[in-house]
Ligand binder design. Structure first.
Ligand code: DGL
Length: 265
């Protein structure tokens, strides 16, 4: 058996939302095995300091490296925004984030040059999306909005609840008087609220879920480093830092899929 057969893609998020990224990677790279870690004991990351998110991200990466991963996907926008430089300086494997792919896609899609970024407090405060977009499109007009209550709505599976509608309306009101034509769903949980967000905005708004572009970058990077796998049956493992039963229950509701996960010590 070649050594490469032991090598997986590693991926972490603060919780369940990163499974949206994992699904895209599974779709684009159907032969790759993936180890997913959801740091459910320490969720949410979105309102923590940069120092704390960096520390969590380093610990998560060490856990995944012990499982012999060949490439890391930082599926969490907040961790990508706050910790990507630290991770790349600390670890010697290819590391893919979700911010740069999301910014690239938004710049490709926008016609008006007005782009809204929805994210956690940390992601918005870091200005990571704003910096990446401006680098590609200096004249872009960017409307960053922190939406801290979106994550608990998804984690509690309240995605159709009247409270969710009210919160979405409240957060998005400032966008109604703008020329925004592209909205980045800059948090792994937000794709589950896309329908409600769409109802609040004009019908021709273009939504960017960074997960799809991120998956393409994973494919390109694996090829560049000659790390890709083909024609093997993939293996998917899931780990959480707290309450695997809740993770399994919410995953079943959000993804209509049974996920068996293990709690790490
Ligand atoms: N998964 C995180 C992100 O994409 C959001 C959830 C959290 O606040 O932990 O930013």
């Amino acid at each position: 058996m070649s050594e490469q057969r032991f090598h997986h893609i590693g991926m972490f998020d603060s919780g369940i939302g990163g499974l949206t990224v994992m699904q895209q990677v599974m779709h684009v790279l159907p032969y790759e095995s993936i180890i997913y870690f959801g740091d459910t004991a320490r969720l949410p990351y979105g309102n923590k300091s940069q120092e704390t998110v960096e520390r969590y991200s380093i610990e998560n990466t060490i856990f995944l490296l012990e499982k012999r991963i060949k490439l890391l996907v930082v599926a969490c926008n907040t961790a990508s925004a706050y910790a990507i430089d630290k991770l790349r300086h600390t670890f010697n494997i290819p590391i893919i984030d979700v911010i740069k792919p999301g910014a690239e896609k938004a710049v490709q899609m926008t016609r008006s040059g007005c782009i809204a970024v929805l994210g956690t407090k940390g992601t918005i405060q870091s200005k990571a999306y704003q910096t990446s977009i401006t680098r590609l499109l200096p004249e872009a007009e960017i409307f960053p909005i922190a939406c801290p209550l979106f994550v608990p709505l998804v984690e509690e599976y309240l995605i159709d609840h009247p409270a969710a509608r009210l919160i979405v309306k409240d957060y998005l009101t400032p966008l109604k008087t703008t020329k925004v034509d592209t909205v980045i769903l800059g948090c792994t949980h937000y794709p589950f609220l896309k329908n409600l967000i769409q109802e609040e905005l004009q019908s021709d708004i273009c939504f960017v879920d960074p997960a799809a572009t991120c998956a393409e970058q994973v494919a390109t990077t694996l090829k560049q480093h000659h790390l890709h796998t083909s024609q093997t049956k993939p293996n998917y493992s899931y780990y959480v830092s707290d309450d695997p039963d809740k993770f399994t229950e919410i995953a079943a509701k959000l993804f209509q899929q049974r996920i068996d996960c293990s709690k790490i010590d």
